[in-house]
Design a protein around this ligand. Structure first.
Ligand code: FES
Ligand code: FES
Length: 156
């Protein structure tokens, strides 16, 4: 049994501690946001926030998050109350297939929490671990900058 906080609520998953966190989130907690890409911490599709830090979940064992705080893209916002990043990604149509976006959104959220007004270079650096096979990079960067402006009370 591994207990931790998931998207703001306590959970206890009766799964092996050595199971990859990504598999535990998808199969044990029923979350489809974090996605399997490479399985080798090199594509970014599986990123979640662990204690606020964007982290690949495909190789991290479930036991490593015991007592910690895990946030997936589902925890950022909802359809009714989207995170400003989610609204900005929609506004910019940032993405095509969407496979990469759950990981990118949590990394962008971590960036804006640490640096509310990043410049383009800072956004690109924060999103460097993430591959987008659809080539939506420019729109994605624009969306993060748009969200930062909106969160600062400006109109993008
Ligand atoms: S699936 Fe984890 S980084 Fe690619
Ligand atoms: S939108 Fe398709 S991989 Fe990024």
């Amino acid at each position: 049994m591994v207990s931790f906080t998931l998207n703001g609520a306590p959970v206890a998953l009766d799964l092996p501690e050595g199971m990859p966190l990504l598999a535990a989130l998808r199969e044990g907690a029923g979350l489809s946001g974090p996605r399997f890409g490479c399985g080798a911490e090199t594509c970014g599709a599986c990123h979640v926030l662990v204690d606020g830090r964007s982290t690949p979940s495909c190789a991290m064992p479930l036991g490593a998050v015991a007592g910690r705080d895990v946030t997936t893209v589902e925890g950022l916002g909802s359809e009714a109350a989207p995170h400003p990043l989610q609204a900005a990604f929609l506004a910019e149509q940032a993405g095509q297939c969407g496979y990469c976006l759950s990981g990118i959104l949590v990394s962008a959220a971590a960036l804006l929490a640490a640096n509310p007004r990043p410049d383009e270079a800072a956004v690109k650096q924060a999103l460097d671990p993430h591959l987008c096979r659809c080539g939506s990079h420019n729109r994605i960067v624009r969306a993060v900058l748009r969200a930062a402006s909106q969160m600062a009370g400006e109109h993008a």
